[in-house]
Design a binder for this molecule. Structure first.
Ligand code: FAD
Length: 447
């Protein structure tokens, strides 16, 4: 029979690592971490591309400069992570139409204001509808510039429409991670505190990579965890940090099955797909001055290669552009070859910058949707929700405790959400372990 540990943590993303650290700090040293992929980090992941560290997943530390300090910003400061300030707010003044003309700033500002007003109105009418009233829906965006702004507003930053806890609590600034060691450096620093590392490599055999958990058998007495390669692990408790997309898939089966209130909450949570496509060029042909980091392409199809960023602020001389797609467009591009995507992106760039620009020499297309250990980029709770769903998604089922960005009430979808969720879940588990001990000693005293 396999040896039994106190806790098995499933997943070594930011929430799994922060959970492990808190357990270790509280004397739980015999934990095991099972990670499906061949590295830690999860949705924090860098790849070398065109001579720089391209962040395929999380890129920004969002929420800096406010009344409270973002814990991830603190980790970054402590470990000397290189970052640079990003200002999206200029993007609306760099909107190109299909003939390469930039919309006059007055037109852009007007359209932007109209879109924000419409979104606020829509939100109000949704709220009113919740109370049983019916009100008229504002008209939907139609022209390319309206569609582009609608995309930016809804798929990127709703902050101007409704308050978002991240920006309310931690401040409105965002910093792009621009460090060769990658965003993941923060995770390695955290792991160092409780896992044996040498020269930046984790050598601790409590961290087990390439272990795909397929089954959790749970009872009042403990949890049996089975992995795809036929291994069996036993523990008193499990902390499960797999993403909401993975929970919605059939990767992990539960025996007995999860209760209805749990599966229903999981089904209800929306998964966002967010795809950053990196393109490398022999030289740059886009404007680079102040206020030019972001630019927008207005097309009659919503979300069609709309949101662009150059990497010159982060990595001067890198000649790299990043274009971000979401949801339907992400799925479409994931399903086609990178050559086709490159051709589409070049068509868009030629619309904006003319026929004589050079072809990209390399392209990187992350596939978060088709990654069976992710099935999407992050959770997206409806703006109007009563928090019951997130409570149910977070609530333990017997000896299985849930964590991950999707279990964070205030900061779901963010790195700091995952980080704080890991801490929170560990604390709940430690409390449960303490109570369990108490119950045991009481029943022993009784005997
Ligand atoms: P994960 O990082 O997904 O960790 C879960 C781990 O579990 C993974 O390593 C996975 O491999 C593993 N796993 C899954 N299933 C199994 C299994 N069956 N067995 C074993 N292991 C398993 N946040 C920001 O704050 N700023 C940003 O700019 C930002 N941009 C983003 C851009 C993209 C493209 C993406 C994808 C995410 C972005 N995020 C951003 C969100 C942020 O990356 C996540 O919220 C955070 O990293 C999630 O951490 P986690 O620990 O909850 O989950």
């Amino acid at each position: 029979s396999p040896s039994r540990s106190s806790v098995i943590i499933i997943g070594a993303g930011v929430s799994g690592i922060s959970a492990g650290k808190v357990l270790a700090e509280n004397g739980i040293e015999d934990m095991i971490i099972l990670e499906a992929s061949d590295r830690i980090g999860g949705r924090i992941r860098k790849e070398n591309f065109g001579g720089v560290s391209a962040e395929l997943g999380a890129g920004w530390i969002a929420g800096v400069g406010g009344k409270e300090s973002n814990p991830v910003w603190e980790l970054a400061s402590q470990s000397g992570l290189r970052t640079c300030f990003s200002d999206y707010s200029n993007a609306r003044y760099n909107i190109y139409d299909r003939s390469g003309k930039i919309f006059p700033s007055g037109v852009a500002a007007d359209s932007y204001k109209k879109a924000v007003d419409a979104a606020i109105e829509k939100l109000r009418s949704l709220e009113a509808n919740l109370d049983g009233e019916v009100s008229e829906q504002p008209c939907s965006p139609k022209t390319p510039i309206e569609l582009a702004i609608d995309f930016i507003l809804h798929d990127f930053e709703m902050a101007e429409v409704e308050p978002i806890s991240t920006y309310v609590d931690f401040g409105e600034r965002e910093f792009l991670v621009a460090d060769d060691r990658g965003y993941e450096h923060l995770l390695y620093k955290m792991a160092e505190n409780f896992l044996f590392t040498s020269e930046g490599k984790i050598l601790d055999n409590r961290l087990k990579l390439n272990k795909v958990v397929r089954e959790l058998q749970h009872s009042r007495n403990g949890v049996v965890v089975k992995t795809e390669d036929g291994c069996v692990y036993e523990a008193n408790y499990v902390i499960l940090s797999a993403s909401i997309g993975v929970l919605q898939s059939d990767l992990i089966s539960f025996r007995p099955p999860l209760p209805r209130w749990k599966t229903e909450a999981i089904e209800k949570c929306e998964v966002m797909i967010y795809t950053k496509i990196f393109l490398k060029f022999p030289f740059k042909f886009w404007p680079c001055g102040p206020g030019k980091e972001f630019f927008i392409y207005a097309h009659e199809r919503r979300g069609y290669y709309t949101f662009w960023q150059h990497m010159e602020n982060a990595y001067p001389g890198s000649n790299i552009l990043v274009v971000t797609l979401t949801n339907g467009e992400s799925k479409r591009v994931e399903a086609q070859s990178d050559e086709e995507t490159l051709e589409e992106a070049m068509g868009v760039l030629r619309d904006m910058f003319g026929p004589n620009i050079p072809n990209a020499t390399d392209i990187l297309v992350p596939r978060w949707w088709n990654n069976r250990f992710q099935r999407g980029s992050y959770s997206n709770y409806p703006i109007i929700s009563d928090n019951q769903d997130v409570h149910n998604i977070k609530a333990p089922v017997g000896r299985i405790f849930f964590t991950g960005e999707h279990t964070s009430e205030r900061f779901s979808g963010y790195v700091h959400g995952g980080y704080l969720a890991g801490i929170d879940t560990s604390k709940s588990l430690l409390e449960e372990m303490r109570k369990q001990k108490e119950r045991e000693s009481e029943s022993q005293a009784f005997l």
